[in-house]
Design a protein around this ligand. Structure first.
Ligand code: ATP
Length: 132
């Protein structure tokens, strides 16, 4: 089975660097299944779990926005933050989710709602990625 190189990079570290068979990512315009020799493209990503297929196994990686560049035999994801399942601290994500929900439920405009919504999405993505 042919492969493509997947690299997921944040400002802090290389989160993932492996030869894989398929990548399923959530682009802002919809879900994209990337196989080797896909046409080149660049797309912004949603805050969501990216799926990697490798042989008979599948794994999920929480990717918090950023961009994906697809080349002939390489996919590069650049994101502010990304975590493999084993990196995710679920208690921390649950606390972040509660904090964001409280901010969104608040009546005053003290907190920036857009920011709280993004924090909520990151927390939910971490909880879902870890739970699958
Ligand atoms: P928190 O409020 O808990 O910091 P956050 O969504 O604001 O969450 P980010 O700004 O997205 O956090 O990430 C900051 C750094 O912390 C990144 O390196 C990210 O990978 C890491 N990180 C955040 N939450 C978790 C988590 N629940 N488990 C593991 N790593 C996390």
């Amino acid at each position: 089975m042919s492969t493509l190189r997947l690299e997921i990079v944040t400002p802090e570290r290389i989160v993932y660097e492996e030869d894989v068979n398929m990548v399923v990512a959530h682009g802002v315009a919809g879900q994209l299944g990337i196989l080797p020799h896909h046409v080149p493209l660049i797309t912004p990503l949603k805050i969501a779990a990216l799926k990697v297929k490798k042989g008979n196994s599948e794994e999920l990686i929480a990717v918090h926005g950023g961009f994906m560049e697809v080349r002939k035999d390489k996919v590069v994801v650049l994101a502010e933050a990304a975590e493999q399942v084993s990196d995710i601290d679920v208690s921390r994500a649950n606390l972040a989710k509660e904090r964001a929900e409280q901010r969104l439920a608040g009546k005053d405009d003290h907190y920036d709602h857009k920011r709280a919504e993004m924090a909520l999405q990151r927390a939910v993505t971490r909880i879902q990625t870890h739970g699958k």
